[in-house]
Design a protein. Structure first.
Length: 727
């Protein structure tokens, strides 16, 4: 295996050890690019295909999550790459590879962050969350979800940004920004030569033009924003109708483009996003409050939805923000595209979300109107705040530890607080209070963890390309994680919430109130995964469940949601962050974490998937779609940074009763619903796809905060999606 790049990058990293971190980062970026820029393909309208996928054994990126596998943040190191290289090496090369491995195991940013963890953190959290024993909570090592200021990028261009850096505070950070901008220009010229060789004069002209002046056409603006974002490692694309709408309008007005030509450019961009395969990211946000030129933005938004109708990929994650008074064509077009079986656009309700963001982030309405969901659904404020890294808490596993006196079921490991277990709680209220203390303990530890991750990563990596286009960094001469960004925060992903609520309700109803199952028997049933306790399991399954518009059950769900959201929010001031907010964004992690969670009191067997996001447990919403949506809409909308709702509707319902579908969604939004991710399917599609995957290669489904081709998913993930009620 050729490891010449790894050798060269390591040499630069070693030689710059005594420099300011910004200067070191700029030198390392030059060691990566344009060397790692992949070749432009004959079919590409724009340069930068699959750029994020070209990372090798070492390098620099805010988030290296390749092929669904986590590899770290900042200066990353891929053990799998070097082990493969070692297996193929001769004796002389093997010695060199081992030296590289020894260096990077110590010098990668994630390793440095872990070394800074306190004893309290080390005791509470697993050493490796992917080793099959994740416990109740763990951190995610990434700096993802950045929304850079694309509007400033296209307004000022590379020369304008370079001038701003030259006129601002003069220090090592701003000097490194100039070096970095030169590198971006060199990458543009690198690709321009490739475009010439491929006989693509328009692409070559655009690439050369953006090195000399701000973009003047839609093609140039797309090329600059796409390539800059890819080089920066940014995986979400912002309010595209705001920063590209004016270019579209100008090109249409002067006859440079017609609508078909403009659509072709967007289709070309969408195809690059599909090829990039960020999986959980790829957000393009359109519509909503706070857009300076709505007419131009709306025309772009309509074209973007048509592109998503034509390009049936898992990306981009097109996100349509709605509000009363917005041009109704946007909502109508969105429903039209969804009806075809596309999983986009996702629908967000600004009339609820903007006031909620004001409260959660403690910011003005003007700033709250610039909220944008990233990744699987977390909110940040466009180029003004940062909301990652993330921690993860499994609320069903926390209940497991509470019931079993600080032990987990599958391996018997000690974890969490020890308060006597279920037998020590004579009332449901005592159990519920202990459960909240268990969750709060892990929330506190994860808050402290995320603060350390931000601080220590910031000391190692200023993230020049992201910092330049976040408010405050250029003005202060500091990186976004080291004081440059005014609103620096984090999020805590919560999973297993619905199963925890249904389990608590079953314990309250079946054990404490009706006394149909004793506490001792319940513990034995859970320990045995219900083997020999089938009758007790049926009783637990018969208990009333969330998602049926039942006041007391939904009230329990709201109480737990609000407790968790407020507890997480209150950690921000304690640990020194602007915000720390809960997100309930279940992607496939509800299945992933379910594999490591024992049997639960809602009747779920050990290692089975958990319910997705705020949705009911699959098949337990038995009173129809209206009752289910009423349960979803009842949650408090403030104090969190995003919750995901998935809705599976039949194709026949959309075809035969579109007015009823629209009325259903309108009512849900009017009652306080924050967001909907809609999947339109025919009955039997998923079952047939499992039996005959070759017939359904293009079948798209909403997994959670992201979409996927159904036949590519693991079987238990498929089963969880299949379990959801089709209305």
């Amino acid at each position: 295996m050729d490891i010449s790049y790894e050798i060269g990058f390591t040499r630069v990293h070693r030689e710059t050890a005594g420099l300011h971190p910004a200067k070191r980062e700029a030198a390392c970026l030059r060691a990566m690019y344009p060397r790692l820029c992949p070749e432009m393909q004959p079919r590409d309208l724009f340069a930068g295909r699959t750029l994020v996928m070209e990372y090798r054994g070492v390098g620099f990126s805010p988030d290296v999550t390749l092929y669904g596998l986590p590899h770290g943040m900042g200066y990353f190191y891929r053990e799998d790459f070097f082990q493969k290289a070692l297996a193929e090496a001769d004796a002389a090369q093997a010695e060199e590879i081992r030296a590289l491995m020894e260096y990077w195991r110590r010098e990668n940013t994630t390793a440095k962050v872990k070394a800074a963890f306190t004893p309290r953190i080390r005791e509470a959290l697993p050493s490796d969350q992917f080793a099959g024993d994740v416990g109740i909570g763990f951190p995610l090592y990434r700096m993802t979800g950045a929304y850079i200021d694309y509007e400033t990028l296209v307004r000022e261009g590379l020369p304008g940004l370079r001038d701003r850096a030259a006129k601002g505070i003069q220090n090592d950070f701003t000097a490194a920004l100039a070096d970095m901008l030169d590198m971006v220009g060199e990458c543009c010229l690198h690709y321009a030569a490739q475009a010439d060789a491929l006989g693509k004069p328009e692409a070559a002209q655009a690439l050369r033009a953006v090195t000399k002046r701000p973009p003047q056409t839609l093609r140039e603006a797309i090329q600059l924003t796409w390539l800059y974002g890819c080089l920066a490692g940014v995986m979400d694309y912002g309010r595209m109708d705001v920063y590209l709408g004016g270019f579209l309008a100008k090109d249409l007005q002067n006859g440079r483009l017609d609508r078909e030509g403009a659509l072709a450019l967007l289709v070309g961009l969408w195809e690059l996003m599909v090829a990039r395969r960020t999986v959980y990211h790829g957000r393009v946000v359109i519509g909503g409050m706070g857009r300076p030129n709505e007419r131009e933005a709306d025309e772009f938004a309509l074209l973007a939805m048509e592109a998503s109708r034509l390009v049936r990929g898992i990306e981009p994650q097109l996100t349509l923000r709605l509000y009363k008074g917005q041009d109704p064509r946007l909502y109508e077009k969105g429903l039209e595209v969804i009806a075809t079986g596309a999983t986009y656009p996702m629908l967000y309700n600004d009339d609820v979300n903007v006031p909620a963001v004001m409260t959660a982030f403690d910011i003005s309405r003007e700033d709250a109107e610039q909220y944008v969901p990233f990744g699987c659904g977390e909110y940040v404020i466009d180029h003004k705040s940062f909301g990652s890294p993330n921690g993860v808490i499994n609320m069903l596993k926390a209940l497991e530890a509470t019931l079993f006196d600080g032990r987990e079921l599958l391996k018997g490991h000690r974890m969490g607080l020890s308060e006597g277990g279920l037998l020590a709680f004579d009332t449901f209220e005592e159990l519920y209070a202990a459960y909240k203390r268990q969750a709060a303990h892990y929330i506190e530890v994860l808050a402290e963890t995320e603060k350390i991750i931000l601080d220590d990563t910031g000391r190692d990596a200023p993230f020049l390309m992201m910092s330049l286009l976040h408010d405050g960094c250029l003005e202060s001469g500091k990186g976004m994680l080291e004081g440059g960004l005014r609103w620096l925060g984090a999020t805590l992903e919560s999973y297993g919430n619905t199963n925890a609520v249904d389990s608590l309700q079953a314990i309250r109803e079946i054990v404490y109130e009706k006394k149909l199952v004793s506490r001792e028997t319940l513990l034995k049933a859970l320990q045995s995964d219900f083997e020999g306790y089938e009758a007790e399991r049926e009783l637990l399954l018969s208990a009333r469940k969330y998602g049926n518009n039942l006041p007391d059950v939904d009230g329990l769900a709201r109480d737990l949601h609000d407790f968790e959201a407020r507890c997480i929010r209150d950690q921000a001031a304690r640990v020194g962050l602007h915000s720390l907010l809960m997100v309930v964004i279940n992607n496939s992690a509800n299945t992933f974490l379910g594999r490591w969670t024992g049997a639960s009191a809602d009747g779920r067997r050990a290692r089975e998937y958990m319910a997705n996001a705020n949705n009911p447990v699959g098949g337990q919403d038995k009173r129809g779609v209206t009752a289910m949506l009423l349960s979803l809409a009842s949650f408090p909308s403030a104090h969190h940074a995003g919750t995901v709702q998935n809705l599976k509707l039949s194709r026949s319902l959309f075809r035969d009763a579109p007015d009823k579908v629209k009325a259903l969604m309108d009512t849900y939004f009017a009652l306080g619903g924050t967001q909907l991710m809609v999947n339109v399917l025919s009955r039997g599609d998923l079952e047939d796809a499992m039996a005959h995957p070759e017939r359904h290669q293009g079948l798209l489904v909403r997994v959670g905060g992201f979409s996927a081709y159904f036949v590519t998913l693991e079987k238990d993930v498929q089963m969880e999606i299949l379990s959801r009620t089709l209305h």
